[in-house]
Design a protein around this ligand. Structure first.
Ligand code: CDP
Length: 242
């Protein structure tokens, strides 16, 4: 289904926030700000910001929920009431339930769940500012939070959004672009394994455009992946090491 396109999103090759089509927003990654959590991370893409806390692995009760040969990953995505212009009701709605499910699926394959039978790993994703692409921002933060909790991982998961304004392909959609562009795609990857773990699309694209956007998503996920590794190295650098 097409999206509403009644506002001008591109003027003289620049987007509404002044960016070029393939320019990411300013990205910030902070690790370990929530002392009480086993792992945590805060990731900001422009005015979209996700704070994620990880607890576990810890025993799972009631026992009938346990898996005898692996841990269960439980992911809750929610938007703070103050994260958007109009107050967001904090109760889970259909959208947040769906995003919780797809982000869980995007992350599960990266975690060695089989090392922690009968336990649960809780991932709480909280959007504190929303300006487009919140699910991918939350996935980037969740991946860092899991790694910072010391949970063994096969790879980090890096994610970004891509889309189309008119016939121009763009990366990292802000809120207005998310809502009014012709099309947007959310992509998450395990870059060193070349695996896609999330792929969602809204709007209309030709098959060629889908393939071109996937390529752009992969290039940008790799850039984000490098930033994630740098953030982890800075946080966990051994004292005395250069
Ligand atoms: O955020 P994401 O792109 O993953 O998901 P979306 O459902 O496509 O939402 C697009 C954008 O709409 C969000 O990033 C917010 O900026 C905005 N939004 C909002 O203002 N109020 C909501 N209740 C939900 C989304």
């Amino acid at each position: 289904m097409g999206k509403k396109t009644n506002i001008q999103l591109m003027v003289d090759g620049r987007r509404i926030d002044g960016r070029l089509p393939e320019q990411l927003r300013e990205i910030e990654m902070k690790i370990g700000e929530i002392e009480n959590a086993d792992g945590s991370a805060r990731v900001r893409f422009g005015n979209t910001e996700a704070l994620v806390a990880v607890y576990g692995p810890r025993s799972l009760f009631p026992k009938f929920l346990q898996e005898s040969d692996m841990a269960i990953l439980r992911v809750v995505y929610s938007m703070a009431p103050f994260s958007v212009d109009e107050r967001k009701n904090p109760a889970p709605d259909r959208r947040s339930i769906e995003i919780s499910k797809v982000t869980k699926d995007a992350l599960s394959g990266a975690v060695f769940l089989e090392e922690f039978p009968r336990t649960v790993i809780d991932v709480y994703e909280y959007i504190i500012q929303a300006d487009g692409s919140t699910r991918v921002t939350a996935i980037n933060a969740a991946s860092l939070a899991l790694a910072s909790a010391g949970i063994p991982m096969k790879d980090l998961v890096a994610a970004c959004s891509v889309g189309k304004i008119g016939d121009v392909l763009i990366v990292d959609l802000c809120g207005k672009e998310d809502n009014y562009s012709e099309s947007d795609m959310a992509v998450a990857m395990m870059p060193s394994k070349g695996l896609i773990t999330l792929l969602q699309m809204d709007g209309r694209l030709t098959k060629e455009e889908v393939l071109q956007l996937l390529k752009k998503a992969e290039e940008n996920c790799k850039k984000i992946y490098e930033m994630q590794k740098k953030a982890l190295l800075e946080k966990f650098k051994v004292v005395g090491e250069d």
